[in-house]
Design a protein. Structure first.
Length: 277
């Protein structure tokens, strides 16, 4: 396998300052002590009461969801493999007066740098799993971090959405990319980012990613000994995944302008590590 970590880390390191300055991430909105990220706000009814829970946010990027969990009362740690992203996350937390610890590691190395079996909540936000080549290893990491009775909470892009070729100009929703996990990555060369970065020029434009079918994800969690407690598919996602074909709602979510019932765009999943009998 190619050096996907080095290739992808270079891309995230370069984009982190541009993301922090972008309107899409709206870091200035967090100057309001009640402000939450759109992603966490969307799932707040499903997330429930997290006050006092020891939580870890895996693949936290610049920390907007991490800070939001903190504001809901969790004792949260953020983990990411990009030092530039963590620098932005730490700056955001400091500006907000939030006591959040951040740890640098790739996802699969998390059990080596975090306390095993210690977390009440493992949280993963949108656009994380696609950067991992093996969803079964991911599930093993989640299981290793959770205490007995602890839970995983994830909202993620739906694998059906990831398989759609959004570059088509004929308006058709066509499966153009793998739905299931493949040994080799999808290699992308994209000069722009998924949020408006005001024309910033990037040098590191190549990324490697993988899709994972919904059954593969659920099966991986079950195989790691977790119990599925919730799975809900959504007709919306937090970014404009198909420019020209979606509309943004008042909740900041993007939905297909026509025929939104045809395609799931994201899902929310929860799973629990069984308590000792």
């Amino acid at each position: 396998m190619s050096d996907y970590l080095g290739i992808n880390r270079a891309q995230w390191d370069e984009r982190a300052p541009a993301h922090a300055a972008s309107r899409g991430y709206n870091l200035r909105g967090f100057d309001d002590p009640e402000h939450l990220s759109n992603v966490v706000r969307f799932d707040r009814p499903r997330l429930g009461d997290v006050r006092g829970l020891r939580a870890v946010h895996l693949q936290c990027h610049i920390g907007t969801d991490t800070l939001s969990l903190h504001r809901l009362g969790a004792r949260v740690t953020g983990l990411d493999f990009s030092p530039a992203s963590l620098a932005e996350a730490r700056a955001l937390a400091e500006r907000a007066g939030a006591d959040i610890g951040y740890v640098e590691s790739d996802l699969y190395g998390a059990p080596d740098v975090l306390e095993a079996g210690a977390f009440d909540l493992v949280y993963t936000g949108v656009g994380a799993l696609c950067w991992l080549p093996d969803v079964r290893r991911w599930a093993g990491v989640v299981a290793a971090l959770l205490r007995p009775g602890g839970r995983l909470f994830i909202r993620e892009g739906h694998p059906m959405m990831w398989s759609i070729d959004e570059t088509r100009k004929d308006g058709l929703l066509v499966v153009g990319f793998p739905y299931f996990e493949t040994p080799d990555p999808l290699v992308w060369d994209e000069a722009e980012s998924y949020v408006d970065t005001d024309g910033a020029a990037f040098q590191h434009t190549v990324t490697h990613s993988w899709n994972h079918g919904l059954g593969e994800i659920v099966g991986a969690l079950l195989g790691a000994g977790l119990e599925l407690t919730m799975l809900e598919e959504h007709d919306s996602c937090p970014w404009d995944f198909y420019p020209g074909r979606t509309v943004e709602g008042p909740d900041g979510e993007h939905r297909l302008a026509e025929g939104r019932e045809r395609l799931p765009l994201t899902y929310t999943l929860q799973a629990r590590r069984p308590s000792f009998s």
